[in-house]
Design a protein around this ligand. Structure first.
Ligand SMILES: [Zn+2]
Length: 255
């Protein structure tokens, strides 16, 4: 189950409570209540044991029950999407992680990896990520991640043992360049301006945030197997263009 999905649940809880002030309990769609560690600290979401006998509203969201997936039209090789739009999520970062990340305040976070189970069409391509860093040598690049991950040349590599540390880095950062995924949702939660690469696979109309520059070229195709249009879209989204967007974003923030 994706962390991005679980972060989006916190936005759903916010949206629901704007309409109905009762607390929110989450069901997996098979009649079971559930709770995720990313919701820790939320004043909106109840644990299943807290929800028992309480006047609350139920949000059905879990594996196989995501609001942006059209399950009728979705096939194994090709996902279809609904017209659902994400609401800005909320995260409560543990204070230890915030203190730990302070020393990288003002950094620019870059994440060249996608999760292993993501569609291959989500990947911009290693050489393009590398070229982006190469043409912006003066930026304080930081690449978070586990010890084992491949690291770009020209970045400070910051080993994050747990996800909260990566979120805390985003909270202290000045900007980020990210693929559509868990970190771009976390960036939205902490209000961090970012250039987010969607390409041709998925659409900001579903999972994009207004405070980000969402980079897309057609689509969303939803293909889980390599797609030629995705490859062409990525080739058109050049490192130079992304660098320009990033600089624009950073100038906007200082102004
Ligand atoms: Zn495609």
């Amino acid at each position: 189950m994706g962390l991005g999905d679980e972060i989006m649940v916190t936005g759903e809880a916010r949206r629901l409570q704007a309409l109905d002030p009762r607390p929110v309990a989450v069901s997996d769609g098979r009649g079971r209540g559930r709770f995720h560690w990313l919701w820790e600290g939320s004043q909106r979401i109840l644990r299943p044991e807290e929800a028992r006998g309480k006047d609350c509203q139920w949000l059905v969201n879990g594996s196989g029950r995501r609001p942006y997936v059209d399950y009728v039209l979705t096939r194994k090789e090709r996902w279809a999407y609904t017209d659902w739009r994400v609401t800005v999520p909320e995260l409560h970062i543990p204070p230890e992680a915030m203190t730990w990340a302070k020393r990288w305040a003002g950094c620019v976070v870059v994440e060249p990896h996608i999760k292993p189970t993501a569609s291959p069409n989500k990947q911009w391509g290693w050489d393009r990520w590398q070229q982006l860093v190469r043409i912006c040598p003066d930026l304080p690049w930081v690449q978070p991640g586990a010890r084992s991950v491949r690291v770009l040349d020209g970045v400070e590599r910051v080993e994050t043992v747990e996800f909260w540390q990566a979120v805390a880095l985003l909270a202290h950062a000045r900007a980020a360049v990210l693929p559509e995924g868990a970190l771009h949702h976390a960036a939205a939660a902490v209000g961090l301006p970012a250039v987010v690469l969607f390409g041709h696979l998925c659409s900001p109309a579903n999972t994009g945030y207004d405070l980000h520059i969402n980079v897309t070229k057609g689509g969303p195709c939803g293909w889980r197997v390599p797609c030629g249009q995705c490859a062409r879209a990525w080739a058109e989204i050049t490192p130079e263009a992304v660098a320009e967007m990033l600089h624009g974003l950073m100038a906007r923030r200082v102004a």
